[in-house]
Design a protein around this ligand. Structure first.
Ligand SMILES: *Cc1c(COP(=O)(O)O)cnc(C)c1O
Length: 385
């Protein structure tokens, strides 16, 4: 084992993609692999997702889309975090579906298509209430008219019309109903402008799992692909139980050292933890440079050789200490920071709760000097983590 590493189980990704595809049908499935596949490896996840039946892939930036193409990926691929002045021609040449929320963007994309000699594929994005990206309602009429003109002139092809949800993890939130009504308005306005998008899409993982009426023609699933629950406490138990989503990421390390600490002695910078009884502590060689949140000091726990052990004192740049409650395991003993939970280890969700954040942030931020490798537990046993 490495000093400290991320192990990603591709069999879990494959299983989750299959589950999501079946659940979403007849809607098609987009697997979202932005931000290096939420920390799991964009290229590896993309490949497995395509094999497991993902109809589309989704990324935020054009750079991510171009990296995927450079890795040999082809097939429908949407990117959405573009801005005026973007190298749309590179996207068009690589057959990447682009997002437009303004007439200026439509014009830029059409011009990029002219320069490349291809008809660009465009998804028009409307803001239905998130008030982040997307065209505000006041712009819809003119935006759709512009898109329709360009489509008719064959200077671009309007493939999709889409939006993004505010509170899909909370189905009782009034924004859901308001957004669906707004999306329906956008769809009928687009139809009266003569647009007939192949794919209408608004659902993320949470909506896909808990709100079937949001699935439309295509769902965009990120976090659920990685086996994490987008809506803890809301997602039906059958989707998170033993046949449900499987967390794909394990972060583990080799214990470097263990030693006694006496009553009254402090541990790590600032002595924010002081032993109230004689105990032992162990050194885990990963720190905030690896994306282990500094806030995990005195809050989160890890698994050491079969036992859940609390982090003691501050998490440092390169290392942190755990309470071993009198045991002195040898250096090299396996430490699991988080994983699927099968062996009783904490999960990314446990870390999220301890740190008052969401599982997305826990898996996406780990990295730094951690080695990352991919295994496939559906293959040979020696490839198991
Ligand atoms: C990240 C993202 C998603 C995926 O969201 P999850 O909650 O991870 O499923 C879907 N759509 C857009 C626009 C996104 O930015």
């Amino acid at each position: 084992m490495h000093r400290a590493e991320i192990v990603v189980d591709l069999a879990a990704i494959r299983h989750n993609v299959g589950l999501l595809k079946e659940l979403a049908a007849p809607a098609r499935l987009m697997t979202v692999v932005k931000a290096d596949g939420y920390g799991h490896g964009m290229v590896e996840v993309a490949q497995v997702a395509r094999e497991a039946g993902a109809d589309w892939l989704g990324v935020a930036t054009l750079d991510e889309a171009l990296s995927l193409r450079a890795s040999g990926d082809h097939g429908p691929l949407l990117c959405w975090l573009t801005a005026p002045g973007e190298d749309y021609a590179a996207g068009v040449a690589a057959d990447v579906d682009l997002t437009a929320a303004t007439e200026a963007e439509l014009d830029e994309i059409a011009a990029a298509g002219d320069s490349v000699g291809t008809v660009p594929r465009v998804h028009v994005k409307v803001d239905t209430g998130l008030r982040r990206g997307g065209a505000p309602r006041a712009d819809w009429h003119d935006l759709f008219a512009c898109a329709s003109d360009l489509h008719r002139e064959r200077r671009l092809r309007v493939v999709g019309l889409w939006s993004h949800l505010v509170a899909a993890d909370n189905p009782d939130h009034p924004a859901n109903h308001a957004q669906q009504a707004a999306f329906e308005d956008a769809l009928s306005l687009a139809a009266s402008a003569g647009l007939e998008p192949e794919v209408r899409h608004i659902a993320n993982s949470a909506a896909t799992l808990v709100s079937p009426s949001f699935r439309y023609d295509l769902v965009r699933c990120g976090i659920a692909t990685y086996g994490l629950d987008p809506a803890p406490g809301v997602t039906p138990a059958r989707l998170t139980g033993s046949d449900g989503l499987r967390p794909a990421m394990t972060v583990r390390a080799s214990l470097s050292l263990s030693k006694p600490v006496a009553t009254g002695e402090g541990v790590s910078y600032g002595h924010t933890w002081i032993a109230d009884h004689d105990t032992t502590v162990g050194l885990v060689p990963a720190g905030y440079a690896e994306g282990i949140p500094r806030a995990a000091g005195n809050t989160a726990s890890v698994w050491v050789d079969g036992e859940v052990r609390p982090i003691r004192g501050r998490v440092c740049m390169d290392q942190f200490m755990v309470d071993l409650e009198g045991d002195l395991p040898p250096s090299g003993t396996e430490v699991v920071l988080f994983g699927p939970g099968d062996r009783g280890e904490p999960t990314a969700q446990d870390w999220a709760v301890a740190l008052d954040t969401i599982n997305y942030e826990i898996v996406t931020r780990v990295g730094g000097r951690l080695a990352r490798h991919h295994v496939d537990t559906a293959c040979a046993p020696e490839e198991r983590p």
